[in-house]
Design a protein. Structure first.
Length: 289
C-alpha cells in the first residue's frame, strides 16, 4: 500500500465532503442543535457542580451523529462506480485497498473534526453565556466522551460504506441507511420490548433476554458508557446502571472506565469488524459499469 496515494485520496474525499451541499446542511443543522441544547441545558443546570457535563444532550447526539457517518459514506463507492471514476483510478498505479483506505481515512477525519468542533461549540456556549469555570477533570471526561462518540459514529460510517458497496444506486443506499438508522437509534428498544413481551409475557424490567439482545445494538453500548442507561431510543429500555456512565462525577473516571470497558471495547470491535467486511466486499466487487 502506497501511503502517498492513500493520503491523496483521503484529502480528495474530505474536500468532496466540504463542497457537498447536503453535508454542509447537515453540519449546520447539527451545530445549531448542539448549540441550542447546550444553551437550554446550561440554563437549567448552571447551579450544578458539573455544568459542562450536565449541559451535553447525549440523547440528541446519539441520534444525530450517526447521520453524519451515513452522509459521509452512503455514496462513497456507488457514486464512484456510476461515474466511472473507479475504473479511471485503477488505470493508475493504485490498488483497490488504496482507494478504500483513503476514502475511510478521509471520512473518519471529517467525523473527528466534527466531534471536536461540537465540543468547542459546547464549551464556548457555556463560557460566553454563563461564564462558568471548567475544570481539568471535566475536560478529561469530555475527551473520553469525544473518543467514544467517534467510534460510535464510525460504526454507521462502516454500515454506510458497506451498503454503498453492494447496491446499484445512491438513492437505494441512502434509503437503506436511513431505515437502519431508524431501526437502531430510535425503534430497536421499543420493538425488542414489544416482541419479547408478546412471546414471553414478561416486561422489559423482568426479561433478561431483552438485556442480552440489546448487546447487538451500538446505541446500547454508547448509552451505557456515556450515561449508564440501557437505551436512548424511543420508548426504549429504561434500565440504568449504578454508575451513570463516564459523566457520573460521583465516581472517578478510572472507576467508570472499569465499569464500562466492555461497552467501549464492543464499539471499537463493531467498527473493526464492519471495516473488515467492507474490505472483503470491496475487493471482491465487480466494478465494471
Amino acid at each position: 500500500m502506497k501511503n502517498n496515494n492513500v493520503f491523496v485520496i483521503a484529502q480528495k474525499e474530505a474536500a468532496d465532503h466540504l463542497h457537498d451541499a447536503g453535508f454542509l446542511v447537515l453540519l449546520a443543522t447539527y451545530t445549531v442543535i448542539i448549540f441550542a441544547s447546550t444553551y437550554i441545558y446550561g440554563s437549567l443546570v448552571h447551579q450544578d457542580n458539573s455544568v459542562l457535563l450536565s449541559s451535553i444532550n447525549v440523547k440528541m447526539i446519539s441520534l444525530f451523529i450517526p447521520l453524519v457517518g451515513i452522509v459521509l459514506g452512503f455514496d462513497a463507492v456507488v457514486r464512484e462506480q456510476k461515474s466511472g471514476s473507479l475504473n479511471v483510478l485503477l488505470t493508475h498505479p493504485l490498488f483497490r485497498d488504496n482507494i478504500l483506505v483513503g476514502k475511510l481515512l478521509g471520512s473518519m477525519l471529517m467525523i473527528a473534526a466534527i466531534i471536536v468542533f461540537s465540543v468547542f461549540v459546547t464549551v464556548g456556549a457555556l463560557l460566553i453565556f454563563y461564564g462558568i469555570e471548567i475544570g481539568y477533570t471535566e475536560l478529561i471526561r469530555i475527551a473520553v466522551f469525544a473518543i467514544i462518540t467517534f467510534f460510535y459514529a464510525v460504526i454507521f460510517l462502516g454500515i454506510a460504506i458497506f451498503i454503498s458497496t453492494i447496491v446499484k444506486s445512491s438513492t437505494d443506499s441512502l434509503t437503506y441507511n436511513v431505515v437502519i438508522w431508524l431501526f437502531i437509534c430510535i425503534l430497536f428498544g421499543a420493538i425488542l420490548q414489544t416482541v419479547i413481551s408478546i412471546l414471553t409475557g414478561q416486561t422489559s424490567t423482568e426479561s433478561v433476554l431483552v438485556t442480552q439482545l440489546l448487546n447487538i445494538s451500538p446505541l446500547h453500548h454508547y448509552a451505557e458508557a456515556i450515561v449508564g442507561r440501557a437505551d436512548l431510543g424511543f420508548m426504549g429500555v429504561n434500565a440504568e446502571s449504578i454508575i451513570g456512565g463516564i459523566f457520573d462525577t460521583e465516581y472517578t473516571l478510572t472507576q467508570c472506565l472499569i465499569e464500562f470497558w466492555i461497552n467501549i471495547v464492543m464499539l471499537i470491535m463493531m467498527s473493526v469488524i464492519l471495516f473488515i467486511i467492507v474490505f472483503i466486499t470491496f475487493l471482491r466487487k465487480d466494478i465494471t459499469l
